[in-house]
Design a protein around this ligand. Structure first.
Ligand SMILES: [Fe+2]
Length: 252
């Protein structure tokens, strides 16, 4: 199985006259075309899908994502608006069956996907309240033997030196860690939000963040050539090697 991951596309409305708006759209369009060439089984987007949570922005990204041949699964970021996301992308991307939190599971692949909503309206920081912890525990307990990838926008840990205390209550992050530690089938946690690539062990699993597709807000990539190129992530899953992840850097 192969999963392509994109994150932090921060798409603006098509009518925006900001130069970064056109650039972000062009780069996402190139990522989508290249993803189709790789033929992944699924595409995941780890949030900050658009810049201001506006319907016009979701309509724009709906057009940009339309050529994707694989199913796409998203989690909202702090820039997103759950209601506008549901209204504009509802027919195009997998949606939760219930209102409120944008949580869901995907059971149709050899790896189970669990999407956890870490956003709250008007809040920039990640939120992992007890209600979310309980949902995650109950959800993971339903399939203890199924290898699982967890999708969440906000990393629930600090990343030096620009993401310190990026979640609302440290004790809730500890609570989330305790839940994940109880479920050893969580093989990977894919995050967005910080706009830079990192990998670490956390709560008994491996957590990664990735470069933002939007290059003008990207961090942590200083190499001149890579700095301005569209980047997305590929995660290949096999019995022999587990999950092998690599960045896909697009060149002209
Ligand atoms: Fe972002």
């Amino acid at each position: 199985m192969m999963i392509a991951q994109i994150s932090d596309t921060h798409i603006l409305a098509r009518s925006s006259d900001r130069a970064e708006g056109r650039r972000r759209a062009d780069d996402l369009r190139r990522c989508v075309a290249d993803i189709n060439l790789q033929k992944p089984d699924a595409v995941v987007h780890t949030g900050d899908i658009v810049q201001h949570g506006q319907p016009e922005e979701y309509e724009h990204i709906a057009e940009l994502l339309a050529p994707l041949e694989a199913p796409i699964y998203v989690v909202p970021g702090n820039r997103d608006n759950r209601d506008a996301l549901r209204a504009s992308l509802g027919s195009q991307v997998h949606m939760p069956e219930t209102a409120g939190f944008f949580h869901y599971t995907v059971e149709t692949h050899c790896l189970r996907l669990v999407a956890l909503d870490s956003t709250a309206p008007g809040e920039r920081k990640g939120v992992y309240c007890e209600e979310r912890q309980a949902w995650l525990h109950q959800t993971l307990a339903l399939a203890p033997d199924q290898p699982t990838i967890l999708l969440i926008h906000h990393p629930p840990f600090d990343i030096d030196d620009h993401y310190i205390g990026g979640y609302r209550r440290p004790q809730d992050a500890e609570g989330l860690a305790a839940v994940i530690r109880r479920h050893s089938q969580v093989e990977r946690m894919l995050c967005g939000h910080v706009h830079c690539p990192t990998q670490r062990s956390w709560a008994g699993t491996t957590a990664t963040t990735m470069a933002s597709v939007a290059v003008d807000v990207r961090k942590g990539i200083d190499e001149t050539r890579a700095k301005s190129r569209p980047i997305y992530q590929l995660h290949e899953v096999s019995d022999e090697a587990g999950i092998v992840s690599r960045a896909r850097l697009l060149v002209d």
